[in-house]
Design a protein. Sequence first.
Length: 195
Amino acid sequence: MRSGRRSRQGGTSDGLWKADADGRNAVQLVKGSDGNFPLITPDNRYVVFQSTRLSPWIVPIGGGTATPVANVFYLGLGADVRRSPGGASLVFRSIDAQGQPVALMCDLPACTKHRTLNLPAGHLHWTPDGRGVAYIDGATRQNIWVQPLDGGAPRQLTHFTDRSVADFAWSRDGTRLAVARATVTNDIVLFKGLR
């Protein structure tokens, strides 16, 4: 699966493509400049992506017509899909009526009803058991927290005391957590004599 510009037979094309692991049998799923931040559902039947309208859309992985998932702002960079009793569930970043960051959850392929969680902006992922949403804390960005879906209080998952968390992901079996951490350096530079 790839999104963005792709060279094919000497030309370039935008859109969302799928191909075999060796790059053969490439098929374009979405034309134009749509297809950012693609996510494949756990049953390998659909691809959820951010459209140029900044809303979530879905297309069958075997090909077909792309359709909107919901008419809401969708920040694809902070999104995740998981297996659910009805097929798949999506959690993604959005904004509320006051312009504040929130997380929305809904079932796929049609997001007819959604639930809102007030979480700080940043990456988020379903927990391996599907009972919560993990996110990077908004104050220091140093740790990962979990908001249980049953309405319980958030709990701190990591206990770092330095550096910020850039992103994180669980292994496929859910037994390990990879965390990308970063140090941010700021320099102040004074320029004189500019015209």
